[in-house]
Ligand binder design. Structure first.
Ligand code: DAU
Length: 286
């Protein structure tokens, strides 16, 4: 399975923080936001990743992440000229996907907790799979209802009266049909190709499965300055307590066996004597 990391958008809700840099490059405690969704993909064992962003931000993201070779993975890059919807990423990625199933993750989605269900979803070949998470304010998200077997029974984008407390997270798994479905969509009243419409198309075929991320998992919001600070403090609390990092992509690449100890040592050298470099060396000494 191939993966798409969508990291564009206008970022207007966080201006002026996002006046010159995309939201996904803002820090969440000790690393750029984009490291977190990237770590979710790497932990799921996905190594061929297309990163999509605005023409303005793409060169900066490419400078940050490079080809992926030093992490034992492959990053490709594509521009989304205008933020015309999350589903448009499936059309932009069509050539890259080359008829394979895909995982799409939004660049501002931070997951923390057991990843078992996600790894399993990454082996999907037919239909689609999304993850839902119970939230206090479902009206801000895509909202899904499901039956006892985990089949979606309704899905709505930002409904005024949500039918359930379950928000659809920004982590989607699709079979090879997804780009064709995205191409068949009409823009919504807000002028976007909606990912919820892709999911509804799968639901209407009886092919939208939903996994609930339980209460032991954190799906953090990054939509407001307060949410950003909360997310940073959440990461800080756990990292300080355990002395282990969340979403350290170099560590994940090493523990997953994508790179050798010698390669990790080389990556650590990049950071000299700073805390991040010291942490990578401590992983090697374990
Ligand atoms: O985070 C999960 C939610 O993401 C889902 O529950 C919703 O169903 C889904 O529509 C989406 O909600 P938002 O409308 O809040 O998404 P937003 O416009 O904030 O964009 C999410 C990310 O995708 C953000 O990092 C920017 C990026 N993006 C968005 C659009 C519309 C792009 O790169 N290009 C785009 O055209």
């Amino acid at each position: 399975m191939k993966a798409i990391l969508l990291a564009g958008g206008s970022g207007t809700r966080l201006a002026p923080m996002t006046a010159v840099v995309t939201k996904q490059l803002l820090p969440i405690y000790d690393k750029p936001m984009i490291y977190y969704p990237l770590s979710t993909l790497l932990l799921a064992g996905l190594r061929e990743i297309l990163i999509i962003s605005t023409p303005h931000d793409l060169p900066m993201i490419e400078k940050l992440l490079g080809s992926g070779a030093d992490l034992g993975v492959s990053f490709s890059y594509a521009a989304q000229p205008k933020p015309e919807g999350i589903a448009q990423s499936l059309i932009i990625a069509e050539k890259f996907l080359n008829g394979q199933p895909c995982c799409l993750i939004l660049g501002d989605n931070i997951f923390y907790g057991p990843h078992n269900g996600i790894e399993q979803a990454a082996s999907l070949t037919k239909g689609s799979f999304v993850f839902a998470y119970r939230v206090k304010d479902p009206e801000r998200y895509g909202v899904v209802t499901l039956d006892a077997a985990g089949n979606a029974t309704s899905i709505e984008e930002k409904p005024a009266q949500p039918k359930s407390p379950y928000a659809v997270t920004g982590l989607y798994f699709y079979d090879s049909e997804a780009p064709a479905i995205a191409r068949s969509l009409k823009p919504s009243p807000r002028g976007e190709l909606e990912i919820t419409d892709v999911n509804r198309a799968y639901m209407q075929r009886g092919e939208l499965k939903v996994g609930i991320l339980g209460r032991g998992t954190a799906w953090l919001d990054t939509g407001t300055p307060d949410a950003l600070l909360d997310a940073a403090q959440f990461v800080q609390t756990i990292e300080r307590r355990q002395g282990m990092k969340i979403a350290c992509i170099e560590e994940i690449a090493f523990r997953k066996g994508f790179i050798t100890a010698a390669q990790l040592e080389k990556l650590a050298e990049r950071y000299g004597k700073n805390d991040y470099g010291a942490y990578l060396r401590s992983v090697l000494e374990e």
